[in-house]
Every structure is written in structure tokens, then in C-alpha cells.
Design a protein around this ligand. Structure first.
Ligand SMILES: [Zn+2]
Length: 444
């Protein structure tokens, strides 16, 4: 039981995507590839991408390349999917597992390693794997809080005060790979060559696998059928736009005929791969360049978040990543936290000024009334700020909590982004709990 809890904690600390939706809330508009409760659930046999490449789908996919001397597994999905994936893939070919290649160290890629590893199986990752798993372990307390907020359906176990009091563990993470490499690593199995290439993007340790004999590229999480999460609300180190661009170019130059991502379907055909992968790259580069241009023009981050949109020919959708969050991610990755206003460089946060201002405005009820007006006029984001100002002065003000809940609910109804939905639902739960604590039964 303890071991189970520990595994769950490790899993939650490393979950990459804000996509574990509450059952019953999933918007039909959201691509099923971002809903881990649904992806692959009904799969009865592995997808045969080619005579030698098979895939079990899930959050994320497990891919298998078959050779006469044994098999290569590329990514292993979440631990909860591993048994199903293994059954599906071994029904297609049950040769020995000679290599496991991990495109990066997020939990939906490394979770199933223990299910697949056999005696003598080599496990390959990129050098940055070491720091990445230590980073996730180092901040496991905060990640567990964020993940508990964003993924309520998984009943995340938060670390206890006792565990947190044990201090910081900077370099104690378990290192599973047996082979680490810097830029590229080549091996041969059963007469088939595998080139493992460092392709940073979603993470620093991200790699891709190129199988020249089949002209097949396995690109992990450097391609989705949505704009990527260049900043994830769960929290992440900077994800550099120009790394994505370089890594995509590295793969495009190989002219793959089969492109296998770790979420979503494979793409087949040189022309179609080039079309989709180029457009994906150009969308990232467009958002990066527009952000940098605006920064150099002296525009503030919120102005750019509101202004920058993809042109229609690059519009790859926002079911997973949001352009605005990526703009802010790029801006703050380059410049850090200081916004250039000397008022903000000190310890006192802006919201410390709110209680006195609320008092001057006649109290929290009056400010909450303003939030209600803003909701009626459709200014939902502004209404959230107004309600927060009232609540900073009077945390259990029923009128302000009710307005906050109503604004979140209205935003939820309009949302088609899986990460955003997770956090809107968190805001609703939090507001409702505060209302319940305040003794109000007026809203549900
Ligand atoms: Zn993933």
C-alpha cells in the first residue's frame, strides 16, 4: 500500500498534461487525445502502422518496432495503461524486449517501464533525463499540490507536513536508463538501424527516434494536433520555442514517410508529414517572433497575450496549449519576473492594498456588486479580479464568492481547452467550498 501511494505520488509529480478531466465534464469539443480517461479505452488490437511498427493508444501511446532479433519499445505510457498496452502489442508480436527508448521523462512516457523491462533490456534516454527526474522529485511537494488541483479525478496524494519537513532532496531521484547520450546514439538490432536524436522542445531531455530503413520518425511530444503547451499551468521550466523549431527541422530534414507522435495518430506520407509538421513549426515560430517583436516595442505581457493570434493558415487549434499562455511563457522565460515597474520589486504584493480600498469603496458587498455587473456585461475575466479584490478584504463574503463561482461557470461553458477546464473546475470547487464553509446553501 505504501509502495502504491509512493508510485502514485511519483506519477502525479511527473504528469505533464492538464488533461485529466472530471468524469462528466469533458467537452465534446475537446479532442479525445487529450482525455486520458478515454484514449484507447476501446482498443481491441494494436494499430499496425506498418509491417514492423505497432502502436497501442492511450495517454500516451506505446510504440513497438519489431526486428528479427527482438523488439524496441518507444515510450511506455502511464503505469495504469501499461498492462493493457503490453497485451495488445505482444498479441501482435511477442519477441523479446531488447530496448526501451524514452522520448522524455514525463509520467505518461516512463510510467510503464517496469511492465516492459526484461532481463538485459537496455533503456535509453538523453543526458538531461538525470536533471529532469531530479527536478520533478525536488519539487514534488508543489507539484503534488498543483496536480491535486488540476487532476481531481486521480485523487492525488499530497505530501504530508511530516514528509515535507524532512527537507529538500535535490539529487535523490531514481535513474532508470542504462544508456544516456548527449546528441545522438546509434544501435542496430536484427539488421535494423536506430538513430536516437536529441530533440529538445517539450522538455530538455526530449529525444526522437529515426529508423532509416523504414523512413519512420518517432517524435514523442514534439507534435500534437493542437498548439503545444509552451507553458503549462501545472508549472514547468521554460520550454524554448526555438528548441522546438530546431528539433522539428532536424526531423523534417530526414524526410520521414511515417511520423509517429506519442499522443494522437501516426501521419503517413512524405508530403502530408511535411505539410503538417511544417505548419506546426511555423505556428510556434510565428508566436515566438510576434512576442519578441512586441517585447522590443516595449509592450507589456498582458497586451501581447491579448493581441497575438495565429493567422488562419497557421491555426492549429488550442484544444491543449493556449497561444496566450505561450506568449507569456516566452516573455517571462526570456525576461524573468520583473515587469519594469519599480513599484513591484519590493516584498509587498499589490493585493495588500486591496482591503483599504475595499473599505473606501463601502465594503466587500459593494465591490461584489460591481463584479455582478461585470458578469452581466460579459466581462468575466474582469469580474474574477473584482471578486478577488472583495475577497482579499473579506474572504468569506457570500456575494463575492457567488460572483466568482458564476464567472468561473460561465467561462467553463465557453471553454474548449482541456487545461483551462481543469483549472476552472478547481476555481469552482474552491469557491463552492468557501461558500459551504460560510454557511450558504444558496448556490450549487
Ligand atoms: Zn506526453
Amino acid at each position: 500500500m505504501q509502495k502504491c501511494k509512493w508510485m502514485l505520488r511519483k506519477l502525479m509529480a511527473s504528469l505533464p498534461l492538464g488533461t485529466l478531466l472530471l468524469a462528466g465534464y469533458a467537452s465534446a469539443q475537446i479532442d479525445a487525445m487529450f482525455n486520458p480517461g478515454l484514449v484507447g479505452r476501446d482498443q481491441t488490437e494494436a494499430i499496425r502502422i506498418s509491417d514492423t511498427i505497432f502502436q497501442a493508444t492511450g495517454f500516451g501511446n506505446t510504440n513497438m518496432v519489431v526486428t528479427p532479433a527482438g523488439n524496441v519499445i518507444i515510450d511506455t505510457s502511464l503505469i495504469v495503461n501499461a498492462r493493457r498496452h503490453k497485451q495488445l502489442l505482444q498479441a501482435a508480436d511477442d519477441g523479446p524486449v531488447k530496448y526501451i527508448i524514452l522520448t522524455h521523462a514525463h509520467g505518461d512516457h516512463i510510467g510503464g517501464v517496469s511492465a516492459w523491462r526484461e532481463e538485459g533490456t537496455e533503456i535509453i534516454a538523453q543526458d538531461e533525463h538525470y536533471e529532469f527526474v531530479n527536478y520533478q522529485n525536488r519539487l514534488k511537494g508543489l507539484f503534488s499540490q498543483r496536480n491535486a488541483a488540476q487532476f481531481p479525478s486521480l485523487n492525488v496524494v499530497q505530501l504530508s507536513e511530516l514528509e515535507l519537513a524532512q527537507g529538500v532532496e535535490n539529487f535523490g531521484a531514481e535513474i532508470v536508463p542504462t544508456i544516456l547520450f548527449e546528441d545522438d546514439y546509434r544501435f542496430e538490432l536484427g539488421g535494423v538501424t536506430f538513430d536516437v536524436l536529441h530533440t529538445p522542445g517539450e522538455t530538455y531531455d526530449h529525444l526522437s527516434v529515426w529508423v532509416p530503413d523504414y523512413k519512420a520518425a518517432f517524435v514523442g511530444d514534439n507534435f500534437y494536433t493542437s498548439f503545444p503547451n509552451m507553458y503549462t499551468l501545472r508549472g514547468t521550466k521554460p520550454r524554448w520555442a526555438l528548441d522546438y523549431v530546431d528539433s522539428i527541422n532536424r526531423i523534417l530534414a530526414l524526410q520521414p514517410e511515417i511520423l509517429v507522435p506519442s499522443h494522437g495518430d501516426a501521419i503517413l506520407g512524405v508530403d502530408e508529414i511535411e505539410r503538417q509538421f511544417t505548419r506546426y513549426r511555423d505556428a510556434i515560430l510565428y508566436v515566438h517572433d510576434q512576442t519578441v517583436l512586441g517585447m522590443n516595442q516595449g509592450k507589456d505581457v498582458h497586451t501581447l497575450m491579448a493581441e497575438i493570434e495565429l493567422p488562419s493558415d497557421l491555426d492549429i487549434g488550442e484544444g491543449y496549449g493556449r497561444i496566450s499562455w505561450s506568449v507569456r511563457g516566452i516573455y517571462e522565460s526570456y525576461m524573468g519576473w520583473f515587469d519594469g515597474n519599480p513599484s513591484t520589486m519590493f516584498n509587498t504584493a499589490i493585493d495588500a492594498a486591496y482591503p483599504d480600498i475595499v473599505r473606501l469603496a463601502g465594503g466587500a458587498n459593494g465591490v461584489a456588486e460591481l463584479a455582478e455587473t461585470q458578469i452581466a456585461e460579459g466581462d468575466l475575466e474582469l469580474a474574477l479580479h473584482t471578486a478577488d479584490i472583495a475577497l482579499r478584504a473579506e474572504p468569506s463574503n457570500v456575494r463575492a464568492l457567488t460572483a466568482r463561482l458564476a464567472a468561473f461557470r460561465a467561462l467553463l461553458e465557453a471553454s474548449d481547452n482541456s487545461n483551462e477546464i481543469g483549472w476552472l473546475q478547481f476555481g469552482m470547487r474552491e469557491s463552492q467550498e468557501a461558500l459551504d464553509a460560510a454557511g450558504s446553501q444558496t448556490v450549487r
